[in-house]
Design a binder for this molecule. Structure first.
Ligand code: 5AD
Length: 331
C-alpha cells in the first residue's frame, strides 16, 4: 500500500491541496498506469427505464417524485437504436434502470440475450437489488458485470438517506453476485447530507473489503424535486481526492470518471482521469428519454464520444481498444 497512508491520515488526504494533492494524484495515476497501462476503457450507457420502487432521498427518480414523466423502453427499440448510433470507441455497454422489475424481465433479459448473440460488446448491468433468480437469469442470458452501489457504508446513515433496503441486504447481494460468476462493482456518493468523516472512512474500508472488480465515487449533487433539493455541496476537490484514494487502496479495480464531476468542477471529468480513474462513459440514451432520467438535475452534463475522447487526450491517456470486462477476466 502507498507510503502516503503511513505519512498522512485518510482525512488529510481527502482535504489535500497544493503539493500534497499533486503527489496524491500522481501516485494514483502511476498505479493505474502500472496495472492497466495509460489507457481508459470506454463504455456506453443506456438508461432503459426510470420507473423506481425505491424512494432514496438523494435521487430524482424516487417513487414519490410525481413531477417526473416515467418511461420504459422496449428491447427492439434499444437494439435498433444501438445498431444505428454505437460510437466506434465503445467496447462495453451498460444498461441502467430505476429499480423496475418489469423492465428487467420484459426489456433487459431479451435485450441481453440478443446483444450477447449478435455482438462482441461486454455487458454490464445496473438494475438495483433483485431476487437471486433474476441475477441468475441475467447471468445466463449473458450479463457479466453488475453495478450495485452501497452509497454509504454506515448502516445508520444508509437508513437515514433512505437508500434501497438495508446496507446488510446490499452487501449480501454483492457477495451473492461475486460468487455466482459476476464481476461486481460498487460505489458511494461523497458529500451526502449528514455524512460524517467517520462514515466516509467506514465506507472506504467496506468497499476495500468487498469482493469487487470496480469501485466508484460520485460527488453528491442536490437533486431537483427531492428532499435534499436545497442541500449544500462538498467541494469538487474532496470528491476528486476520493478518486485518488480509491485507486491507492484498490490498484487493480475499474474506477470510472463520472459526469457529475463536471458539475462540481469545470474540468472535473478530465481531473478524475488524472487522479487515477480508468473508465469513461458515453451516454447513449435516446434524447427523448434522456431528460426524464433524472438522477439529480436536468442540467447534468451529457458526455458524448467527442467530450470523452477529448478529456482522455487532455489527461495524457489513450482510449483502450479492449473491453474492460474481457480485460478483467484475464487479471
Ligand atoms: N448525487 C450524486 N449521485 C447520485 N446518484 C443518484 N442520486 C445522486 C445524487 N443526488 C448516483 C447514485 C446512483 C447512481 C446511478 O447515481 O450513486 O447509484
Amino acid at each position: 500500500m502507498s507510503s502516503l497512508f503511513n505519512q498522512y491520515r485518510v482525512e488529510e488526504l481527502l482535504l489535500a491541496t497544493g503539493t500534497l494533492q499533486k503527489r496524491l494524484w500522481q501516485e494514483a495515476g502511476e498505479l493505474r498506469d502500472a496495472v492497466f497501462g495509460k489507457e481508459v476503457f470506454i463504455r456506453g450507457v443506456i438508461e432503459v427505464s426510470n420507473f423506481c420502487r425505491q424512494n432514496c432521498d438523494y435521487c430524482g427518480m424516487r417513487r414519490d417524485n410525481q413531477k417526473l414523466d416515467r418511461y420504459r423502453m422496449n428491447s427492439d427499440e434499444i437494439f435498433d437504436h444501438l445498431q444505428s448510433i454505437l460510437p466506434a470507441s465503445v467496447r462495453d455497454i451498460n444498461f441502467q434502470t430505476g429499480e423496475d422489475v418489469v423492465a428487467v424481465r420484459e426489456t433487459i433479459l431479451p435485450l441481453v440475450r440478443r446483444i450477447k448473440k449478435e455482438s462482441r460488446l461486454g455487458i454490464s448491468l445496473c438494475l438495483g437489488t433483485l431476487e437471486s433468480k433474476d441475477y441468475d437469469q441475467l447471468r445466463e442470458a449473458g450479463g457479466e458485470y453488475y453495478i450495485i452501489k452501497i452509497e454509504s457504508g454506515n448502516e445508520a446513515h444508509f437508513k437515514a438517506i433512505h437508500a434501497p433496503g438495508t446496507l446488510a441486504k446490499r452487501i449480501e447481494a454483492i457477495h451473492y453476485l461475486a460468487t455466482t460468476g459476476w464481476q461486481v462493482s460498487s460505489g458511494f456518493i461523497a458529500g451526502l447530507p449528514d455524512q460524517t468523516k467517520e462514515h466516509f472512512l467506514e465506507t472506504l474500508n467496506l468497499l476495500h473489503r468487498l469482493p469487487l472488480r470496480g469501485t466508484s465515487v460520485s460527488p453528491f449533487i442536490p437533486g431537483e424535486n427531492t428532499p435534499y433539493e436545497g442541500a449544500g455541496v462538498m467541494s469538487g476537490v474532496e470528491a476528486l481526492n476520493s478518486v485518488a484514494i480509491l485507486r491507492l487502496q484498490n490498484p487493480d479495480r475499474i474506477i470510472p470518471a463520472v459526469s457529475a464531476f463536471n458539475i462540481v468542477h469545470e474540468e472535473g471529468y478530465r481531473l478524475a482521469l488524472e487522479a487515477g480513474a480508468n473508465l469513461g462513459t458515453i451516454n447513449l440514451t435516446p434524447e427523448r428519454q434522456r431528460e426524464d432520467y433524472q438522477l439529480y438535475t436536468k442540467h447534468r452534463v451529457i458526455m458524448n464520444q467527442e467530450r470523452v475522447l477529448k478529456a482522455i487526450e487532455k489527461a495524457g491517456l489513450t482510449p483502450s481498444e479492449k473491453s474492460m470486462i474481457r480485460f478483467l477476466k484475464k487479471i
